[in-house]
Design a binder for this molecule. Structure first.
Ligand code: SF4
Ligand code: SF4
Length: 212
């Protein structure tokens, strides 16, 4: 075999784009971020983490996460805002509370994950086209507007915003289900939806960290 033949088939630019710095510098921190999170009700005990790793060990989804729950706690406390708010971990968290009930320091890890999700949405820092944050926002918008969720409409909106090609692929099935009345794009409104809107406004005013 000719020397270097295989290597010539690799595009140097694509290889270079995969090389990333893996250690964090002091300059990567956002001063005050950890403190801000710790001042949020439910997140105060973040400072008590002893980095034992129990949360990562019991988390059923940690094998899919880019940072383990233990790492998210450490990065948050140390102020690595970009890494935390841009992570997939906070969106993969299924709120099962397994970490929180097993933490020897009784840290509300699940509540911290919620707080980080809310911050990521508020600051537009979530991974774009990732379905979970898009679903959370569309769900909230729909409930605020109509007082309830119309499942078909919600699913369509999420697919259109995250994977439009999939909508085209499913259009035949969707049309078939619409004909039989099992799928609808019609928004459903509940009676008194204006009251729901008012309740949500009150909640959001009293919790500026909410999804808005
Ligand atoms: S289980 Fe609790 S103390 Fe241990 S690493 Fe996780 S958050 Fe920290
Ligand atoms: S609440 Fe989230 S982070 Fe904690 S164990 Fe469950 S999925 Fe993992």
């Amino acid at each position: 075999m000719e020397a270097g033949r295989g290597a010539a088939e690799v595009k140097p630019a694509s290889v270079m784009s995969q090389i990333k710095r893996t250690i964090k510098y002091e300059a990567d921190r956002t001063p005050g971020f950890g403190q801000e999170v710790m001042e949020t009700p439910g997140c105060e005990k973040l400072k008590d983490c002893i980095q034992c790793g129990t949360c990562s060990g019991v988390c059923p989804l940690s094998i899919y996460m880019d940072y383990s729950p233990r790492q998210i706690i450490a990065l948050t406390r140390a102020g690595f805002k970009d890494e935390v708010l841009g992570s997939l971990t906070i969106w993969l968290c299924a709120s099962c509370y397994c970490c929180s009930v097993n933490c020897p320091q009784e840290i509300g890890i699940t509540d911290i994950m919620y707080e980080l999700k809310q911050r990521a949405i508020r600051e537009g820092r979530y991974p774009k086209r990732f379905p979970i944050p898009v679903l959370a926002q569309e769900f909230t918008k729909m409930v605020r507007k109509n007082g309830r969720v119309s499942e078909g409409l919600l699913a369509s909106k999420v697919f259109l915003k995250t994977d439009p090609a999939a909508v085209m692929g499913m259009s035949k099935l969707g049309l078939g289900l619409m004909k039989t009345g099992r799928f609808s794009l019609k928004p459903e409104k509940m009676k008194g939806h204006a009251e729901v809107k008012e309740i949500m406004r009150e909640v959001e005013e009293n919790n500026p960290g909410g999804q808005g």
